[in-house]
Design a protein around this ligand. Structure first.
Ligand code: AMP
Length: 308
């Protein structure tokens, strides 16, 4: 079974959407990535840090979904990373109300010994130096290193981010962040500029408008499944990344053709994530539900046209 190393936040989130509000609930990039990658046959480990205030039941939940938590450090007298966000009525944009780094401030990641030869490394949203720290601990060059990031790190650690971007094969980033990183409005031009920064593959996530995959002059587009109800988009980007990485790890095939399927899996899993608050939907998700939705996806995007 292929090994997958995930790094990212394991967090408390407080979320407000037009449909309701939550107190501190389980969140974090590594959490969503792990819960999503859990839908594939992979041996995965999360590398992160939490405080003494983090409930054991949340850690158990990750273990139950086959996420190895050996690499999640617990700082007994520290507080867990906290993020709070409020969505606008269109649910496509949000304001960050609070980002409290807490135990993240002095975090030195340690990749468990047994995972240092992992085939795939998914560098989820976290300080770029921590992402680089994980890459540096790999004893064998991973078959594929994937990086996700967000505007917060571009604002406070741009040089470090640019350095780690040079060392990865794939970047997954949302449209606004791609524009911020490159100063280009056109996503095609932005993707080209990101290619020039290092990654051979660029995935630009466009929320309810799907995702684009770029590789040299090739381009692939996967829509997001139009849903009747979107409850809470938090974690959709990470869930996409987890599905993308999990699928590639489980198939062991990192060709562009297979990456198209990985994008479809990522979009499919993200479509579940948004149906309930926080991680609620992802923890109950069944294989049959995923398969049914994949077929819906196929129907949505397939057509047979005769040229006239
Ligand atoms: P997404 O909706 O996919 O962009 O991810 C939302 C998740 O990212 C939430 O669960 C947050 O805990 C986490 N998050 C928010 N801000 C940051 C940050 N600056 N660094 C790492 N993770 C973050």
């Amino acid at each position: 079974m292929s090994k997958l190393v995930i790094v990212g936040t394991v967090a408390f989130d407080a979320i407000e959407t037009p449909f309701g509000k939550t107190d501190k609930i389980l969140g974090g990039a590594a959490t969503y990535i792990g819960l999503s990658a859990a839908n594939f046959n992979v041996d995965q480990a999360a590398v992160s840090v939490v405080g003494g205030d983090f409930p054991q039941e949340y850690l158990d939940l990750l273990t139950d979904r086959n996420v190895n938590i050996e690499g999640i450090e617990i700082v007994k007298d520290g507080k867990t990373f906290f993020w709070s966000g409020k969505y606008h009525n269109d649910m496509n944009s949000r304001d960050t109300l609070a980002t409290e780094l807490n135990v993240l401030e002095h975090f030195n990641p340690v990749v468990p010994e047994n995972y240092r030869d992992a085939e795939i490394v998914m560098l989820g949203n976290l300080h770029p130096l921590v992402q680089q720290g994980v890459l540096d601990q790999m004893t064998k060059k991973p078959k594929l290193a994937i990086l996700d990031t967000m505007n917060f790190w571009m604002d406070i650690a741009l040089d470090d981010l640019i350095s780690v971007i040079k060392n990865v094969d794939v970047i997954t980033i949302n449209d606004e962040e791609a524009r911020q990183l490159t100063g280009e409005y056109s996503l095609v031009v932005a993707a080209r500029k990101i290619h020039e920064m290092g990654p051979k593959y660029v995935v630009i996530k466009k929320g309810e408008h799907g995702a684009l995959l770029f590789h040299d002059d090739y381009m692939f587009y996967a829509p997001a499944l139009p849903l009747e109800e979107v409850f809470d988009p938090t974690g959709a980007g990470d869930t996409f990344a987890g599905g993308f990485a999990g699928y590639l790890a489980s198939t062991g095939d990192i060709s562009f053709e297979n990456m198209k399927n990985a994008v479809i899996y990522g979009s499919t899993l993200a479509s579940f994530c948004v149906e309930k608050f926080g991680t609620e939907r992802m923890v109950t998700l069944k294989k049959e539900e995923v398969n049914t939705r994949l077929l819906e996806f196929k129907k949505l995007t397939q057509f047979d046209i005769e040229l006239t």
